[in-house]
Design a protein around this ligand. Structure first.
Ligand SMILES: Cc1cc2nc3c(=O)[nH]c(=O)nc-3n(C[C@H](O)[C@H](O)[C@H](O)COP(=O)(O)OP(=O)(O)OC[C@H]3O[C@@H](n4cnc5c(N)ncnc54)[C@H](O)[C@@H]3O)c2cc1C
Length: 499
């Protein structure tokens, strides 16, 4: 039996759930279903289980625009984010539209019928299911869920202790009284160090190069003030969110227009936190703030454990793993019972799905993103990739709202197909997530990702204000996004679901 829906969403993380809510809120009248590989809602926030897992975006911008985040904590822990996404799904009646345990493997668009045929493997049984849909939304995130990125370290097999990757954290890992070395300097490493330091005998953070780190208050004083004054949640959320979008944008802009000043300010606040106890070289990257995502630490928790001596930081390269730990290139041996490789993610587009059009494979990395959500020559398809220099959700919300505008125009005018086509001069060299940031995972994933556009609405600017105008206000029928009509009929043996 083939099941049919108007819109098939792949992934029940923040982006997939948000899209489904928008389809309801914006009264598109479209049926939809979500296919989710895991058994739970939440995506990233269901997968990662390492100690201290939390957002590094403030929750007022990381929350959905249409549903206030009510807490006063600036950053939230992983479980709270997962609950928020799950509660949002319940509130909008989305949960019943999700089929769990389905790994989508192929999606083929038939131009004759203007329909996608999507095949998904039921991972528990190995059976394959077929779905058809008029539109497909890729909300499958940007990395490989099966395997985190871990370089091959020389001598790895000689190490007598345990090696753990944060993406595959053993929930029963006992690190009490043990010496832990954490390799990495990104958001995960700086979250892990203070979270493990109280229980472990000692934690060493081994970084190849430093990262810009900013201390934030753990609680938002303005949000607390609003709560005390009984300002309605929705109003407080709107104000706080507008403030944080502006502050974030200002911080990014400052580092682009006056990197020297941005560096000075960043270093001053680190110095204030650390005093003279820790060498500032460990916190002085060679790149400018926001060339890579800024790391944030609530109430300076990382700085506190470094000052206390429960943790330390080593900036050096790894020569090899030894039986007892890690030998660095400068000859220092770091003893460890557990080595945590916080070395990042493997970028993967569309959850590894093979896309074809009329049976011909799509070279996804050769497509060009239009308004950073539609892709050249792939009809009736949208993929959500959030901001890298701001909260992911800000962009995911805009993308979903834009999709609804497109769908509503199509409904009103009887169109069945939308498509964009890029001319050579529209295409830029950089990948979809490149440009704004030079982080390792973005560079490693460069060849797998679609290209950015070079001009007009093709150009990726990573600017919420511009994107809001482009997605919410600019005319849908702009001469680039083209529509057409095809007569479709329900196929024999096909059942419509997800009303
Ligand atoms: C540890 C960590 C912390 C982060 N912190 C932040 C932060 O603070 N701020 C920020 O802006 N961003 C952050 N990010 C980026 C983060 O991934 C996004 O913010 C957001 O959670 C992405 O949501 P998503 O729904 O697009 O993708 P995901 O959360 O990755 O969800 C994708 C879903 O699709 C499913 N899926 C994938 N492939 C298939 C398939 N073939 N078939 C069926 N289902 C499939 C997955 O199982 C998953 O449930 C973080 C990422 C990580 C890894």
């Amino acid at each position: 039996m083939t099941r049919h829906v108007d819109v098939l969403i792949i992934g029940a993380g923040l982006s997939g759930i948000g899209t489904a809510c928008h389809l309801t809120r914006e009264q598109t009248g479209r049926t939809y279903a979500i296919l989710e590989r895991r058994e739970n809602i939440g995506g990233t926030w269901d997968l990662f289980k390492y100690p201290g897992i939390r957002s590094d975006s403030d929750m007022l911008t990381f929350g959905f625009g249409f549903r206030p985040w009510i807490g006063t904590k600036v950053l939230a822990d992983g479980a709270a984010i997962r609950d928020y996404v799950e509660d949002t799904a319940k509130e909008y009646g989305v949960t019943d539209h999700i089929t769990f345990g389905r790994k989508v493997v192929t999606a083929d668009f038939d131009r004759g019928t203007a329909r996608w045929t999507v095949r998904a493997v039921v991972e528990a049984t190995g059976e394959t299911e077929t779905w058809t849909a008029n539109f497909v939304v890729g909300a499958s995130g940007y990395y490989d869920y099966d395997k985190g990125y871990q370089p091959d370290f020389p001598g790895q097999e000689d190490f007598g202790g345990q090696i753990v990757h944060p993406q595959h954290w053993p929930e029963d890992l006992d690190y009490a009284g043990k010496k832990v070395a954490v390799i990495g300097s990104g958001a995960t490493a700086i979250t892990l160090i203070p979270s493990m330091a109280d229980t472990a005998a000692h934690v060493t953070m081994l970084q190849r190069s430093p990262t810009w780190i900013q201390a934030l208050p753990s609680d938002d004083p303005v949000a607390i003030g609003f709560k005390k004054s009984r300002v309605p949640d929705a109003v407080a959320y709107r104000i706080g969110r507008a403030r944080n979008i502006a502050l974030q944008r200002a911080s990014f802009q400052l580092s682009r227009t006056n990197p020297a000043l941005a560096k000075k300010l960043m270093l001053a606040q680190v110095r204030l936190q650390l005093g003279k106890k820790v060498d500032l070289r460990h916190f002085t990257p060679s790149y400018n703030p926001w060339d890579q995502r800024l790391c944030v630490v609530p109430n300076g928790d990382l700085f506190k454990v470094l000052k206390s001596g429960k943790a330390d930081i080593v900036t050096d390269r790894i020569a090899k793993f030894t039986e007892k730990g890690i030998l660095t290139e400068s000859g220092q041996e770091l003893e460890a019972d557990i080595i945590v490789t916080a070395t990042g993610l493997n970028v993967q587009m569309l959850g590894g799905i093979t896309l074809t059009i009329d049976g011909t494979p799509v070279k996804f990395n050769e497509t060009v993103a239009y308004k950073s959500v539609l892709y050249s020559d792939i009809p009736n398809f949208l993929m959500i990739i959030g901001y890298t220099n701001a909260s992911w959700t800000l962009k995911a919300d805009l993308a979903a709202a834009y999709l609804c505008r497109v769908l509503n125009i199509m409904r009103d005018r009887g169109y069945t197909t939308f498509e964009v086509h890029a001319n050579p001069e529209d295409i830029a060299d950089e990948s979809l997530m490149g440009g704004a940031l030079t982080s390792g995972y973005i560079q490693r994933g460069n060849d797998a990702m679609p290209r950015q556009g070079a001009r007009g609405a093709w150009k990726l600017v990573n600017n919420y204000y511009r994107d809001r105008t482009l997605m919410h206000k600019a005319p849908i029928e702009d001469g680039v996004l083209r529509f057409s009509k095809t007569v479709t009929t329900v196929q024999p043996g096909e059942r419509s679901v997800g009303a």
